[in-house]
Design a protein. Structure first.
Length: 446
């Protein structure tokens, strides 16, 4: 990285370049089918009723042209609690019954544990319903590829729930990188201090299923097992479990990788390598360190780009952390190292440029954020296009999930063939790209 300060002329040129990409800071997809006229009401259903589902539900129903017609949740008391706020809403315990019954549905959000994202979203897409799906888009790589393909074929509006993607902080970071303020990017570091690992086996017991919980429905496409209470699975710790969550990387990777993936116009990795512990037979491991090698783009310095993910207690090495001088190291975020400077992007915070002295006098451009949910709904009404539709968020999710697969094979460099959807050098790893669904839970297209 060169240490010289940028001239005033160079700053002005970069400011102009930043302004030029503001409108395209998100990755817009192809033209979308307009299903609902701008003057008409969107008939919406929500799958999930608490946690992130509650946040999604409140955000979506805040739109003046949305009418909530139905909610489904396997934990029926959680769904029933919404009747006070939405009198007349129809409540289901089985999402399949909801899709069979609600014939006039326009949109649906999927806000469930990770393992049920794909089957619910695919069933809705097959019905011609526009979908908003929480991150990660799916539990497995194959599911992501299939959802992306079907959504594109049907011309439906889609959005993945990486809502920070639309906020000012991330839009500004994308614009800064694309403008060349830090030069061409040479390497990237991503991290989260969350820990969705568990080194132990599940408790050897079977607990009574709480009243109102359909345990078979909660398991859904996953293999049957006894219910264990005290939050082992539901509602709090399913992210730790291999069959239901995707660990810390799956939880936070789609958020933290997003602005880098977007800004650098990245595509699928060519190699991925895990240097942390492997999961056990039941749970994800803690403290991952995963190295990706991605093809270079117009925004990168070399023909390939190294990107490293760290979680739990893992952190970038001291020489990398020293690049932000005396700035406190954020608990979660990303660091783009360019040929002319460094950009730190806390999750969630404004980007910061280093070395400080080199960027004295640089004023961040005025870039506005957007409402991720409103963007989806207005796209359905024909007034906008989504910036995290499956054409963008599908490849992003695939990249993240490939890191999850790599953790099963520590100290092994996996060579990825994106077109063939397979690893070229280790056939055993391909078994982790796709699950077989439990009988009676199969979904067409998956």
């Amino acid at each position: 990285m060169k240490g010289q300060r940028l001239s005033r002329r160079e700053f002005l040129q970069r400011m102009a370049a930043v302004a030029a990409v503001v409108g395209g800071a998100g990755c817009t997809g192809r033209g979308r089918l307009r299903r609902v006229a701008p003057s008409e009401t969107i008939l919406h259903a929500c799958i999930g009723a608490s946690g992130m589902a509650a946040s999604d539900l409140n955000s979506i129903t805040h739109h003046p042209f949305v009418k909530l017609v139905a909610i489904a949740d396997v934990d029926l008391p959680r769904a029933e609690a919404w009747r006070q706020k939405f009198p007349g809403v129809r409540i289901y315990q089985d999402w399949r019954r909801l899709l069979e019954t609600e014939k006039e549905l326009d949109t649906l959000n999927v806000s469930t544990p990770d393992h049920m994202h794909a089957p619910i979203a695919m069933a809705a897409l097959q019905r011609g319903v526009h979908v908003y799906v929480q991150k990660p888009l799916t539990h497995d790589v194959y599911e992501t590829r299939q959802l992306t393909r079907v959504a594109r074929q049907k011309g439906l509006v889609t959005q993945m729930g990486i809502q920070i993607h639309s906020l000012q902080e991330y839009r500004l970071a994308v614009a800064l990188v694309r403008s060349g303020v830090i030069g061409k990017v040479r390497e990237v570091h991503l991290w989260s201090d969350k820990d969705w690992g568990d080194p132990g086996p599940p408790p050897q017991r079977s607990d009574p299923v709480p009243p109102g919980l359909d345990w078979d429905g909660w398991l859904g496409v996953a293999a049957w097992r006894p219910y264990i209470g005290e939050g082992y699975y539901h509602p709090g710790n399913w992210r730790r479990r291999l069959d239901f969550g995707t660990g810390t990387l799956g939880d936070m990777g789609c958020h933290i990788f997003d602005p880098v993936f977007n800004a650098l116009a990245l595509t699928a990795p060519v190699r991925v390598r895990s240097e942390g512990a492997a999961p056990n037979a039941w749970n994800w491991a803690s403290n991952a360190r995963i190295h990706y090698t991605l093809p270079g783009t117009a925004y990168t310095a070399e023909a390939t780009l190294p990107v490293t993910w760290y979680d739990g207690t893992q952190k970038p090495p001291p020489e990398v952390r020293a690049l932000i001088e005396d700035e406190p190291w954020p608990a979660q975020g990303s660091l783009c190292i360019g040929t002319r400077g460094v950009m730190l992007l806390p999750h969630i915070g404004m980007p910061k440029l280093f070395p400080r002295k080199q960027f004295e006098g640089f004023h961040m451009p005025g870039i506005e954020g957007a409402n991720h949910y409103t963007q989806f709904l207005e796209a359905v009404r024909g007034n906008d296009r989504t910036t995290a539709g499956f054409d963008y968020s599908g490849p992003l999710t695939e990249t993240v999930l490939l890191g999850c697969v790599a953790t099963h094979f520590p100290q092994t460099t996996l060579e990825w063939d994106a077109a063939a959807l397979r690893f070229k050098n280790l056939s055993e790893a391909n078994a982790y790209l796709r699950r077989r669904y439990r009988p009676s839970w199969e979904v067409r297209g998956l």
